[in-house]
Design a protein around this ligand. Structure first.
Ligand code: 5GP
Length: 189
């Protein structure tokens, strides 16, 4: 997606060969116009897949997921990284944060999904695929089917995409980074 690649090149910051900072439009400040276009792009790709719900992980996946939900007229659920005392019947799964380099627990109120739900997973970044695998295991506990995976920025030099493809899922990434060496982004078109 050209508009997104331009935003990354102009407004992103390469922190090192592995980490890209996009706080200026997605991870801290949000550019609604860009998120609107991102939502339309995911919606166009997944429109005919009979998806019933969109699921993401707080907090950085929420903006692209909500705009996708708007474009597809579907509800959006975000998995929480800590359990609020208001949860009545939570389901849990362990995960590992790529950026924070530590374990955390993902949880969701079980009533958020129903048996037979067809889920589109949306996330801001794909690196090693650990967030995805935790989401996958939570969906398994709820009896929901994963119908597609929409990633805003994929770092294709890390193993997440291969893990997801090997499992046979439909993955659609809007910007695919081949490398970020020496402060320059090389794209996969
Ligand atoms: P994974 O679980 O695929 O290894 O990492 C995905 C998660 O880690 C994303 O949800 C995202 O929040 C975070 N992440 C991974 N790589 C980056 C990165 O280069 N920049 C930022 N800002 N977040 C990242």
């Amino acid at each position: 997606m050209k508009l997104l690649q331009e935003a990354i090149e102009k407004r992103g910051i390469i922190l090192n060969d592995n980490i890209l900072k996009v706080d200026s439009f997605m991870n801290h400040q949000i550019d609604p116009q860009l998120m609107f276009e991102i939502g339309k792009e995911f919606a166009d790709h997944y429109r005919n897949q009979e998806i019933t719900k969109i699921v993401t992980i707080e907090s950085s996946g929420i903006a692209p997921a909500v705009f996708t939900g708007l474009a597809m007229n579907l509800p959006v659920v975000f998995l929480k990284k800590s359990e609020p005392s208001t949860m009545i019947d939570p389901v849990y799964v362990e995960s590992f944060s790529f950026t924070k380099n530590r374990k955390y627990t993902l949880c969701m109120e079980s009533s958020m999904l129903e048996q037979g739900d067809k889920i589109l997973f949306i996330d801001d970044f794909l690196a090693n695929g650990q967030a995805f695998e935790s989401f996958e295991s939570l969906m398994g506990k709820c009896g929901a089917t994963i119908a597609g995976i929409g990633i805003v920025i994929e770092k294709s030099f890390q193993k997440g995409r291969k893990t997801i493809e090997d499992k046979g899922y439909d993955i659609y990434s809007l910007a695919r980074i081949q490398s970020m060496e020496n402060g320059k982004i090389n794209w996969i078109d």
